[in-house]
Design a protein around this ligand. Structure first.
Ligand SMILES: Nc1ncnc2c1ncn2[C@@H]1O[C@H](COP(=O)(O)OP(=O)(O)O)[C@@H](O)[C@H]1O
Ligand SMILES: [Mg+2]
Length: 350
């Protein structure tokens, strides 16, 4: 039976045990074409094992992983469906980049012309006749990517592709992957560092200890981090009163003496203080700290049950995360916990 040509990756209830080690546990997610999906988790989380199962290199203990509706080994023409770069891929050190690619091109029936194309795509044309043994880690990453591109695949799977790249290489990779996805192709990239791929990815699958912790659009994860506007006012009490009268109920003190307002824009605050005649020295929007959330989602002391929506009954859906766990982010509300540092009327009740 032919694959369905959808460009979709499906991972459903996938598990892998290595003896006593549960490397991957009941993992489910879907990757669709036209976007870049980040597969994130700390070292040892099970990313490489999952990708190896997807590519038919490791047999799952349970569950299935498919590309275009078929397990990898049932794709009649795998090189044209999926190109992959996994960790620690070796090159014959004495072979030049061009010759390495020619060997692989011949193996999948791609013309020599395609070798020149992929060398150009990854920016290695100038180094094509140098031996791969003398390449830097970044150049080896590019050569591995060029190899994966030989079959002009619909789906690209890259394991930690940013490893070893210098900042310029990371920018180049980001642009390359985004352009590849814009052509309607599917891109799945793993990383143990959110910051390395944050600007590259649209969707995210975050795993820890082989278990899904978050699965959905990155924007949704970002917006689950309630952003706050931090205001430094001459008279904090007057500001809090004015905010509460204007209907802003989530008003909190910050340790540095500012007033944090949840659910307000800088413009709303600016208008309000102008109208109320309150002197302010600064109005700043707090950037949602994704890195902190990533760390919390993947640390062992935060058990999976704390995160509603990450348990899948069946096939995953977009945005399978039900929102932030109760009590996250930790908030100090005036109503519940008036600050102790001598801010007299900061209770804000009137
Ligand atoms: N071939 C193997 N034999 C035994 N344990 C393995 C093997 N491959 C991976 N593991 C273990 O499985 C877990 C997940 O590893 P891995 O998939 O490489 O994680 P990641 O790529 O997220 O860093 C780790 O505890 C690792 O030690
Ligand atoms: Mg790995």
């Amino acid at each position: 039976m032919q694959h369905d040509g959808s460009g979709r990756i499906f991972v459903q209830n996938l598990s892998k045990h290595f003896g006593p080690v549960a490397a991957v546990q009941n993992l489910s997610f879907e990757v669709r074409p036209g976007s870049v999906t980040g597969f994130l988790g700390p070292n040892g989380a099970g990313k490489t094992t999952t990708l190896r199962m997807l590519l038919g290199l490791v047999t799952p203990s349970a569950g299935v992983a498919t590309i275009n509706g078929r397990p990898y080994h049932q794709l009649g023409n795998p090189a044209q469906v999926v190109g992959a770069v996994l960790e620690n891929e070796g090159f014959h050190p004495k072979r030049t980049a061009r010759n390495h690619l020619k060997v692989y091109a011949a193996a999948i029936g791609a013309p020599d012309q395609r070798v020149e194309e992929v060398l150009g795509l990854v920016g290695l044309t100038g180094a094509a006749d140098r031996r791969a043994g003398g390449f830097s880690l970044g150049m080896r990453q590019r050569l591995a990517l060029a190899t994966a591109l030989l079959g002009n695949p619909q789906v690209l799977v890259l394991d930690e592709p940013a490893n070893g790249l210098d900042p310029e290489g990371i920018v180049w990779l980001r642009n390359f992957l985004r352009a590849y996805a814009r052509e309607g192709r599917t891109v799945l990239v793993s990383s143990h560092l959110l910051s390395e791929v944050e600007q590259t990815i649209d969707q995210v699958v975050i795993i820890s200890h082989g278990v899904t912790r978050y699965y959905g659009p990155l924007d949704q994860l970002r917006s689950s981090q309630q952003s706050r506007v931090l205001v430094q006012a001459a008279d904090a009490n007057a500001l809090v009163k004015a905010l509460q009268e204007a209907g802003f109920t989530q008003v909190e003190p910050t340790p540095d003496g500012r007033v944090a307002v949840v659910g307000a824009t800088r413009q709303q605050i600016g208008d309000l203080v102008a109208k109320s005649g309150i002197a302010v020295y600064g109005i700043e929007e707090e950037r949602a700290d994704l890195e902190k959330l990533f760390f919390q989602l993947t640390s062992p002391q935060y058990p999976g049950t704390q995160y509603p929506g990450t348990q899948y009954a069946g096939m995953p859906q977009q945005g399978g995360w039900g929102g932030p766990p109760p009590g996250y982010p930790p908030q100090q509300q005036y109503q519940q916990a008036p600050p102790q540092q001598g801010h007299g009327g900061w209770g804000g009740q009137g």
